[in-house]
Design a protein around this ligand. Structure first.
Ligand code: F3S
Length: 410
């Protein structure tokens, strides 16, 4: 792999020890993946933020890197961590856990990573432009950036994303290249995909279909049409999050919808070597549904809710009030906006709580006494049983709002 003079200088330690280590990691990854060179990135999104996930080893790694005093040279943001930094006490988080979580955030801030603590940086001012290279780590955000925005990123791990932040480059391979973005399989959808939960269920099925294809699979999807209006982005977010969870999909093309499919659909679809069809979402809905007994909490906002999502939840609630805990996960920036425009107070009057900086999958659910949740997220429904042994009622946002208001699943 050929490094430029700047990259060789970084490797030689001329920009500090942290940047040198980072370049070492990136060069090694580039060699493994057959990259011929590095590409400059516009932004980085770092995952592995939850103390519950990374533990003592992860924290020690980050603090050691922070001690090397290198800093991000491009805009770098954090994925959700393990606690709401404002509400943790009232939610019953153990203080010792929160202290460790704060150390993770502090180490990353020392490295120049902004404490955005969201999986939807594209909703808070960090949306990459079409065709530009970025190095993002959160799987649902990678899928959204590549597919819906037409930016180019591989599915980075926490350390490789951090390395890209400290150097401003990433090895050019797979989804950064034209060839790596060619579809591996055409997926014909022959059933209605109406709600965001339906889109998540479809994503789950597609992820399983393409997971054996080259580089995690790149589906070219036909026959599925997102709704127009404010639900459209939520639908697209859910579709990508579902397939990123069940497969390792980092990019999908959706006929007539995603920018590369609009620009070059005929050439792209001709490149796919395999073809499958999906007649029903039922297998996904059955696989993702494990609900039983009383619901401890209704959780929505996976991926993190946008301002439009909050308005929609408010309108679904109407004048009704949630009988059981109803948590909506979002970015702190969006929570703050909603506090200014009154949406947060209106939701709270109806018994819903806005949680920021974290999400149900990376939170210590067992320590919070949560065993059974209801959600509209296929991604959360996929991970919660294996990560937290939680039981999950999976259904549309409407069904979840009804569950919150009635206190039980219909
Ligand atoms: Fe985001 Fe957590 Fe879901 S990181 S996509 S809210 S699992």
């Amino acid at each position: 792999m050929k490094l430029s003079k700047r990259e060789r200088d970084i490797l030689a330690g001329k920009r500090g020890k942290g940047a040198a280590k980072a370049m070492e990691i990136l060069a090694a990854l580039g060699r493994i993946h057959g990259a011929r060179r590095m590409v400059a990135v516009d932004s980085v999104q770092v995952s592995g933020i939850s103390y519950g996930n990374i533990g003592e080893h992860g924290l020690a790694f980050l603090e050691e890197w922070a001690g090397l005093r290198s800093r991000a040279v491009v805009a770098a943001t954090m994925n959700p961590g393990g606690a709401d930094r404002t509400l943790w006490k009232s939610l019953g988080y153990p203080p010792a856990y929160v202290r460790k979580q704060e150390r993770v955030v502090a180490a990353l801030e020392a490295l120049g990573v902004k404490p955005t603590l969201t999986c939807t940086p594209y909703q808070i001012g960090f949306a990459p432009l079409f065709g530009r290279h970025v190095a993002w780590a959160e799987s649902s955000a990678v899928c959204f950036a590549n597919s819906v925005l037409g930016a180019r990123t591989n599915r980075e791990g926490g350390p490789s994303a951090l390395a890209a932040a400290l150097t401003g480059v990433t090895p050019e391979h797979t989804l950064h290249t034209d060839e790596g973005r060619l579809p591996t399989r055409i997926v014909e959808v022959k059933c209605a995909v109406t709600t965001g939960a339906d889109a998540g269920a479809l994503g789950y099925l597609i992820g399983r279909l393409v997971s054996e294809d080259a580089h995690g699979g790149v589906p070219y999807i036909t026959g599925a049409v997102p709704p127009n209006g404010p639900e459209r982005i939520n639908w697209l977010k859910a579709l990508g999050a579902g397939m990123a969870a069940s497969g390792s999909v980092g990019l999908f093309h959706l006929e007539g919808v995603t920018p590369e499919a609009i620009a070059d659909g005929a050439r792209l679809s001709a490149a796919a070597k395999a073809r499958s069809s999906i007649d029903s979402l039922l297998p996904a809905k059955k696989a993702l549904f494990s609900g039983k007994g009383p619901i401890d909490v209704v959780v929505v906002g996976c991926p993190h809710a946008s301002a439009e999502d909050l308005n929609r939840i408010l309108s679904l609630l109407g004048e009704r009030k949630a009988k059981i805990p109803f948590w909506i996960f979002t970015a702190e920036v969006i929570r703050k906006q909603s506090q200014v425009n009154g949406v947060s107070a209106a939701l709270e009057r109806r018994g819903a709580s806005l949680l920021a900086d974290t999400c149900m999958v990376v939170a210590p659910l067992a320590e919070l006494g949560i065993r059974t949740v209801a959600t509209d997220s296929a991604k959360a429904s996929f991970y919660l049983p294996s990560h937290h042994q939680a039981k999950v009622y999976f259904g549309s946002l409407e069904e979840n709002v009804e569950a919150a208001v009635r206190g039980k699943w219909r």
